[in-house]
Design a protein around this ligand. Structure first.
Ligand code: DHB
Ligand code: FE
Length: 280
């Protein structure tokens, strides 16, 4: 059977992708941020996941206000990097795992999560920046990737609790897939940030660090935190953090914290990063 071995959380700031693509990673502003992922790049080379279930949000690249799925799963053979206004990122095509993706769709839908099935979609910085941070700049991504897109752009996003429970359903689905696969789940977005309005530029380091502690040690408590607390404390785009609860729900209640990194600022946000492993 397939095994869900670990979870990664990371911010997905678009400017990080631009810094990589324009060769700016050694500049003073960016150097400490990329150094924070050196350990992770080595770690994932040793872990060698076959498949990554990558939870992220689309930023009006594949979807728009015309179509807003709450949870959507990418079942296609491949996904092209999106053109977000300045051309497609020159990163490898994202190869999916249609068999496992359809299995997760079936299992989670029969478990009463109304997943939207996607057979064609371009993937934006929300998905490609985490891949670049973890894998660097390879010719080909070293594993298959199943995108799970979550609406955190247009109110109402799903609750933290719903996300946490979806994570549990995803784990059940993975562990009932009859193939010897090492599967990881990643949750992306955050940390505190607000991109618009009078509070644009908001970063709340105290909230971020509490969130990092709680998502590791008290995920059930964190899952109960209402949207308004994220918006008040972490800014309007801080709500992206509910996606980390999908990753966390797919892991054991008691996990090993392999690595943590926190850095301020990158563009308009704080960058948070965790590597978690199941003990069982
Ligand atoms: C920024 C961060 C994001 O998560 C995002 O999706 C867009 C912009 C920023 O900091 O600029
Ligand atoms: Fe974002």
């Amino acid at each position: 059977m397939a095994r869900l071995t670990g979870g990664i959380a990371t911010s997905h700031v678009p400017a990080i992708g631009v810094a990589i693509d324009l060769g700016k990673t050694n500049e003073d502003y960016w150097k400490p941020l990329f150094a924070g992922y050196d350990f992770s790049k080595k770690w994932i080379k040793e872990e060698k996941p076959d498949v990554v279930i990558l939870v992220y949000n689309d930023h009006a690249s594949a979807f728009s206000l015309e179509l807003i799925p709450t949870f959507a799963i990418g079942c296609a053979e491949s996904f092209q990097p999106a053109d977000e206004g300045w051309g497609h990122r020159k990163v490898p095509v994202v190869e999916g795992h249609p068999e496992l993706a359809w299995h997760i769709a079936q299992s989670t839908i029969l478990d009463e999560f109304d997943m939207t099935i996607i057979n064609k979609m371009d993937v934006d910085h929300g998905l490609t920046v985490p891949l670049s941070l973890m894998f660097g700049e390879p010719e080909k991504w070293p594993c298959k990737i199943i995108p799970i897109a979550v609406n955190v752009v247009q109110y109402p996003p799903p609750t933290g609790n719903r996300c946490y429970n979806l994570g549990k359903a995803i784990r059940k689905a993975v562990e009932s897939f009859d193939a010897d696969l090492n599967v990881q789940i990643w949750g992306t977005g955050g940390m505190s940030h607000q991109l618009q309005g009078p509070r644009a530029g908001l970063i709340n380091q105290e909230f971020d660090n509490q969130f990092l502690d709680r998502i590791v040690k008290d995920p059930e408590g964190q899952a109960k935190v209402p949207h308004i607390d994220y918006v008040r404390e972490a800014g309007s785009e801080g709500i992206e953090l509910v996606m980390w609860l999908i990753m966390r729900g797919a892991l054991d209640k008691d996990v090993e914290e392999v690595y943590r990194f926190y850095h301020v600022p990158a563009s308009n946000t704080a960058v948070g990063h965790l590597i978690l492993k199941n003990k069982t």
